[in-house]
Ligand binder design. Sequence first.
Ligand SMILES: NC(=O)c1ccc[n+]([C@@H]2O[C@H](COP(=O)([O-])OP(=O)(O)OC[C@H]3O[C@@H](n4cnc5c(N)ncnc54)[C@H](OP(=O)(O)O)[C@@H]3O)[C@@H](O)[C@H]2O)c1
Length: 287
Amino acid sequence: MKVLVTGAAGNVGRYVTEELLKMNEHAVAAGTNVEKLQSMFGGEVETVYIDLTDPSTFQKALEGVDRVFLMRPPHLGKPEDLFPFIDEMKNSGIRLVSFLSLMGVEKNTIPPHHKIEKYIESAGIPHAHIRPGFFMQNLSGIHAAEIRDLDQVFVPAGKSRTSFIDAEDIGLAAAVILHNHKNYQYTAHTITGPEALTYYEIAAILTRVTGRNITYKKPGFLTYRHYYINVRGLDKAYVNVTVALYFMTRLGTAKAVTADFTELTGRKARTFEDFARKHIGCFNKVQ
Ligand SMILES: NC(=O)c1ccc[n+]([C@@H]2O[C@H](COP(=O)([O-])OP(=O)(O)OC[C@H]3O[C@@H](n4cnc5c(N)ncnc54)[C@H](OP(=O)(O)O)[C@@H]3O)[C@@H](O)[C@H]2O)c1
């Protein structure tokens, strides 16, 4: 039987797919951009079109599938957006869905992940929620421009700590769960990196790794919001969500360090320093 990987072109889904293949699983990489998936994975992986907001695409994507890695595309802000696909998984007798959730949502009802978890549970589908901390890829992705161009970590997180995790590690943990699905029915896993770092410490690591003086000046919410909307030109709704997340971070919601990753995989989670060295190209100045 096959494992459907939604968001297979994304930060986490690409690694879930790769790790499943290493375990000799029949992974099916899914998304709305099949051409991109084919060029990412070559002929090695079966690909399928799925639009999580279009029920007419669900049946074909679930053909021959008994396990699903489910990711909520970040722009789908309403939890209800994912309910029709969850109903379809229930009807097709899925044996395990591993939903990419968010650290702390068991106690925090505001992020959409909370209601999505509850809906999966009430549907009675065997599930294993994955609740990761902040991704290291936020720094090599959305926040890399200021690190490269301004030598600054530009995040409104105050002096708070974050137990960053590499999306590659999340992908491995998800693949272990899906591969050994009988052992993980009706479970939840809070997966974090090995240490909780302040953004001052992140800047110090980036200084060491790049050889440039990278600083963290603790920008306020208004400065960050203005810069990201008016200078970077990012979508206002998206920027507002990130402001809310950094507000929560300042309250200490992102700092827990857990042993779940090691318990699942038998490995140590990657440090931010190792991650920064591996992805140095994202932080170096463009010549
Ligand atoms: N960043 C963090 O620190 C963090 C921490 C914890 C949890 N999370 C959660 O992780 C999730 C995002 O995971 P990610 O970073 O791996 O994703 P991502 O890199 O943002 O990728 C999103 C994926 O969604 C697919 N997609 C977009 N619209 C779609 C649609 N209508 N139907 C089906 N697929 C669609 C895209 O592929 P196509 O172009 O092929 O459609 C893309 O692969 C979010 O729910 C976020 O809240 C993030």
